[in-house]
Design a protein around this ligand. Structure first.
Ligand SMILES: C[S@@+](CC[C@H](N)C(=O)[O-])C[C@H]1O[C@@H](n2cnc3c(N)ncnc32)[C@H](O)[C@@H]1O
Length: 422
């Protein structure tokens, strides 16, 4: 880019996968954070080494007033300032583009299922000690710096209300030069707090944490340091999630879908795609978000999950909910030891819901199987498209895709895709 002028006028043509505006300078794409398609940019300094630009002034027809004062600095949201219809279309285009890049035949993609503001039930705050004080909030865009926030229109208000007390608590117990992640989950029996990066060997610290749980009516506080199992330091009520009538006690740090509305939309789409399947494998099962309600409706479900504590929670919930005989649970690393085509023979349908990096190894084995229906749940269209291409090469057709806006105003999108043989 060195031959290009420093200062240029630019029109933003599209949004890149991370939500940055993209224009063209001398035939090359230039990425401009916080700009939108249709924006005119009066003056842009194009970096010599990166196709990135610093915006000085942008204006355009698709801009709206962002609902949050922290928007722009806070790295949590990328698209609060975008016209809602353009926003919805872009989220769906994230999926169609990813599938097209992998040459996967794309069905009609359903309307975007929406989740409301204030519905995020699990939030990870970053905290850092600065002298005697602690700053707590979200990371800035593409930076380790922390933006301190007083409000967040995305998160459950009960979680946001814990921010100030948390800051005071951490100022008392955080060691010098330490960063800590405070992961707060809103469970049906109160907030569940996990402090990651901190230990509480001393009794005094444990007592402070227990008093904090009492004062703020928290369900539980646990501490985690490195790869050690979380240490529960205060438990006043066991945190609980209701998966369609089956009560689960998630262990500290367990995976839960980011919002209740998202969880329900995922379940509805999975159920719709499964039709009447009765023998189902639920791969990457977590604590049973999908497996337990399916079993409660009469299916036999084999749940496979890598985290042992989540498997234990799932099994306990199945037994407690009176559906123990319909659920089997297997702790297994599906990246290293995916279920083989021969093992998949006994299922009418398979659901797979991997982490962001997808299910490459498992998709290979599914592609070799004869399972009639496969349903993929994903928070990453790029890895979903890669795995969908593997299934397509094995003879599966992607029949439907349900997009779900679980990660409001971020560039991320959740989806449920249904595949059938032939
Ligand atoms: C996106 S979550 C989905 C969980 C569950 N289906 C739900 O809706 O709550 C992915 C799950 O995969 C598990 N996981 C990650 N890597 C894994 C692996 N290699 N093998 C098995 N499970 C894995 C995680 O522990 C997590 O519970």
């Amino acid at each position: 880019m060195t031959s290009q002028p420093d200062i240029v006028d630019l029109t933003i043509e599209s949004l890149a996968d991370q939500g940055d505006g993209v224009g063209t300078v001398a035939g090359k794409p230039v990425f401009v954070p916080l700009t939108l398609p249709g924006d005119r940019i009066d003056a842009v300094r194009v970096s010599a080494t990166h196709a990135r630009a610093t915006v000085w002034h942008a204006y355009g027809p698709n801009r709206r007033e962002p609902p949050c004062a922290h928007f722009g600095r806070c790295g949590g949201c990328a698209l609060q300032h975008l016209d809602p219809q353009v926003y919805r279309d872009w989220k769906i285009a994230r999926i169609t583009t990813a599938l097209a890049r992998r040459h996967v035949q794309t069905p009609v993609i359903g309307p975007l299922a929406e989740t409301p503001p204030g519905g995020r039930r699990r939030v990870s705050f970053a905290a850092r000690r600065i002298g005697r004080a602690v700053e707590i909030g979200f990371h800035e865009r593409q930076s380790h710096a922390i933006v301190t926030v007083e409000r967040c229109p995305v998160a459950d208000p009960a979680i946001v209300a814990l921010l100030d007390p948390l800051q005071l608590l951490l100022a008392e117990i955080m060691p010098a030069k330490r960063t800590v992640d405070a992961i707060v989950t809103a469970s049906e029996r109160g907030l569940d707090l996990l402090l990651d990066g901190i230990t509480a060997a001393e009794r005094a610290k444990r007592e402070k944490l227990a008093a904090f749980a009492d004062r703020h009516d928290l369900a539980r506080i646990a501490l985690r340091f490195g790869t050690a199992a979380p240490d529960i330091v205060a438990i006043r009520r066991a945190p609980r999630c209701d998966f369609e009538g089956v009560q689960v006690e998630p262990p500290p740090g367990a995976f839960l879908q980011a919002s209740l509305a998202g969880e329900r939309a995922i379940r509805a789409a999975v159920r719709g795609a499964l039709g009447g399947a009765r023998r189902i494998a639920d791969l990457y099962a977590g604590c049973g978000t999908i497996a337990l309600p399916l079993a409660r409706s009469g299916a036999h479900v084999h749940a496979v999950e890598g985290a042992r504590d989540q498997c234990d929670a799932l099994l306990r919930a199945a037994r407690g909910g009176g559906i123990g005989p319909q659920v089997t649970v297997e702790t297994r690393d599906l990246a290293r030891r995916p279920l083989l085509a021969d093992e998949l023979k006994r299922f009418d349908a398979v659901v797979f819901d991997p982490p962001r990096d997808g299910a490459a190894a498992q998709a290979e084995k599914l592609a070799q199987s004869k399972v009639r229906t496969i349903v993929g749940v994903s928070c990453n269209p790029a890895t979903f498209a890669r795995d969908a291409a593997t299934l397509a090469a094995g003879g599966y057709t992607l029949r439907s895709v349900t997009p779900i806006d679980q990660f409001l105003w971020s560039p991320h999108v959740e989806l449920v895709g249904a595949f059938a043989r032939g």
